[in-house]
Design a protein around this ligand. Sequence first.
Ligand code: SAH
Ligand code: SF4
Length: 342
Amino acid sequence: MALMAPKIPLLSLAPEELPGEGFRKRQIADWLYRKGARAWEAMTSLPKTLRAELAEQYRIAEFSSVEAYPSQDGSVKYLYTLLDGQKTEAVYMPYPNRKTLCISSMVGCPAGCTFCATGRMGFGRNLSVAEILDQVLYAAHHQGHSPREVRNIVLMGMGEPLLNTENVLAAIRRMLHPQGLAMSPRRITLSTVGIPRGIYRLADSGLGIRLALSLHAPDDETRQQIIPTAHRYRIAEIMEAVRYYYAKTRRRVTLEYTLLRGLNDHEWQAKALAQQFQGISVHINLIPWNPWPGAPHQGTPRAGILRFKAVLEAHGLPTSVRLSRGRDVGAACGQLALQQPV
Ligand code: SAH
Ligand code: SF4
């Protein structure tokens, strides 16, 4: 008996690379990205024999199973089991008029940030283009709406997107493609721990999406304490890349700053941060630290967060405090990889 060739992941193909002639390609893209079909049998406008043929060659779903954990605040954590048995996660956040999905770029993460549960887990592997996209398609299907109704996508789940740049950029292209998810680039945000070559590449890609930089300290010494791999790039080098990004895209970059008690929440650090970024068009997003069992940190109390914010604002830096959703189901920033709620 002849061995069956492995199936091609359909979502790895750009809309123009889908099987068939022009009309057929558009029909399949429409089923996938607008109608949210997750199986060939569901594409009822395709001839039955063709559906059977295509099903032999191409697979659509990238997960063998998915568990959904609804939070009391309305967000839902999805735990996806990939076809090789590894797991990754996404978080669905239904704000009024703005369905947002936070997706992963890896299984685990090699950056090893001490405050992040995914960092503690270590590196599993990069996700493929199809695995990145299917997180969106599955979540929309589970929520009972078209994939195109997902208005915002943030790459802030598991993993460092700019250490999986090739696949991440290809997935973003399918999100922006008019026959793909047809999203506006302003509604996609990539969050990075600060990999300069990746930031340059993203700037030169011309995709025009938003960039968020996880800075967490105004000085390299503190930063390296909490991001052990940060010794590879100095803040000055990363900020040069960020300035290049701004010059190319004209999109104001967000600096993410997770506040850790006694480590990066001192007043002198708020002042140093403000001084360092005078005259640069950035927005600071302070993130209250989300706890996980065994973490070597404590979060800065609310009053300390507000004091830190006040110093930044007094120096003219626009600053907001992020409300993390889904803490009760381990879905908040940095809690992914926890299989148990905190
Ligand atoms: N690797 C990328 C994207 C994923 S992490 C990055 O680091 O930017 C997304 C955001 O969650 C980062 O800003 C990160 O610093 C933050 N984060 C990680 N663990 C956290 C925790 N326990 N509490 C609050 N924010 C956390
Ligand atoms: Fe990786 Fe981001 Fe977590 Fe750091 S914060 S370990 S870069 S996922």
